[in-house]
Design a protein. Sequence first.
Length: 76
Amino acid sequence: MPDAERDAGNRKIKAAFLLLIGVSPPLIAMQFDPSPIELLAAFGGGLVLGVVVVWYLGRLAAEFTASSGRRRRRRR
C-alpha cells in the first residue's frame, strides 16, 4: 500500500474516532434535558477527550509499527 493511501486512511480513522468520542457526551446529556450551554460544554469536553484519545492511540500505534519495522530489518 502506498504511503499516501495509508496516511489518508489513518486520517479518516482518526476523524471517525474524534467524531464518535466528541458526539457521545452530548448524546448522553440529551437524556437529562440540558440547556444549550450545557450541550455545548458536553460537546467541547467530548472533543477535548477525543483529541487526547486520538493522540494517545497515535503514539501507541507508532510504537508498535516502529518495533515491527525493526523485526523486519533483522530478518532480512
